[in-house]
Design a protein around this ligand. Structure first.
Ligand code: NAD
Length: 266
């Protein structure tokens, strides 16, 4: 029997991309598509959003979990918390792609969801999650003798910098070298006139056009350079990773699963 999936954020960029990915997945059925209350899409045929005429549900303003196996949520922290409470009450696993939780909200989210299987990631792309592992290995092998620089590029609308993914890459490499990113990160060189500090991890950022997301980690050592690059070409990269995570947690015991667990990298 197909896995029955509820998707939130029907009018959002990620919500729509995830809904299309679920609908296109033979082992899944889009059982519920939720838009925020009062949104013009409420009551519309989900088929018009996912482009699948076999999809017979309409967009709802309620997250109806009665016949749902798993929820995929990419909205905003406030609504993700509401959806998480509903999942905890109904005992339904949840995949959370929403970012930007405050520390208090994150603590609230974790305590709310302790009784269900959940998977939360700031980046659901398979390639990025594999890249975390590859750069950790590279940092272990080459880090002590290399200058490490992370460059990331995103569209002009993005307001935070460096990206959460670039920071996660920095943490992954610092951890693998037994350091704290806080001690070795170099975010801005404009205020200093001195040579590069050995052992630092430098960050640089491009904001331009509609770039979906690019991250390159450079290891420059004596006589050679290694670059590991990931490029997301569309939001499908995140949606397909979230779909993979939903399949993985749907029938798992209550626990917090990571994308490393999903990809078999743990
Ligand atoms: P968006 O602005 O296009 O969509 C946000 C959605 O949230 C909309 O559907 C909106 O109606 C809904 N929403 C907001 N407040 C709500 C409320 N109170 N109740 C119900 N619904 C509410 O944003 P987006 O580009 O789709 O991104 C959504 C989230 O996913 C963001 O936090 C973004 O950073 C994150 N994101 C995560 C990944 C990842 O791989 N984890 C990738 C891309 C985006």
């Amino acid at each position: 029997m197909a896995l029955r999936v509820a998707v939130t954020g029907a009018n959002g960029r990620m919500g729509q991309t995830v809904a299309r990915a679920v609908s296109a997945e033979p082992e899944m059925e889009l059982a519920c598509l939720v838009a925020r209350r009062g949104c013009r899409l409420v009551g519309a045929a989900a088929a018009s959003i996912v482009g699948d005429e076999n999809c017979s549900i309409t967009v709802s303003e309620f997250l109806d979990l009665e016949s749902v196996d798993v929820v995929i949520d990419f909205t905003l922290p406030e609504s993700s918390l509401v959806n998480a409470r509903a999942c905890a009450e109904a005992g339904v696993p949840i995949v959370i792609g929403t970012t930007g939780f405050s520390e208090t909200e994150q603590t609230d989210l974790e305590s709310t969801l302790y009784s269900v299987a959940r998977c939360q990631a700031a980046n659901f792309s398979t390639g990025v999650n594999l890249a975390y592992r590859l750069i950790s290995i590279a940092a272990q092998v080459m880090g002590a003798d290399s200058d490490i620089e992370i460059h990331e590029a995103h569209h002009k609308h993005k307001i935070d910098a460096p990206s959460g993914t670039a920071l996660a890459m920095g943490h992954a490499m610092a951890d693998s070298m037994g350091q704290s990113l806080h001690d070795v990160a170099q975010y801005d060189r404009s205020a200093q006139r001195e040579a590069r500090k050995h052992g630092s991890i430098g960050f640089s950022v491009t904001r331009a056009g509609e770039i979906v997301g690019e991250h390159t980690v450079l290891f420059a050592s004596e006589g050679e350079q290694l670059e590991i690059t990931h490029k997301a070409n569309s939001r499908d990269a995140f949606a397909l990773g979230a779909v993979r995570a939903a399949k993985f947690i749907a029938h798992k015991p209550a626990a917090a699963y990571t994308m490393s667990d999903v990809l078999g990298l743990s």
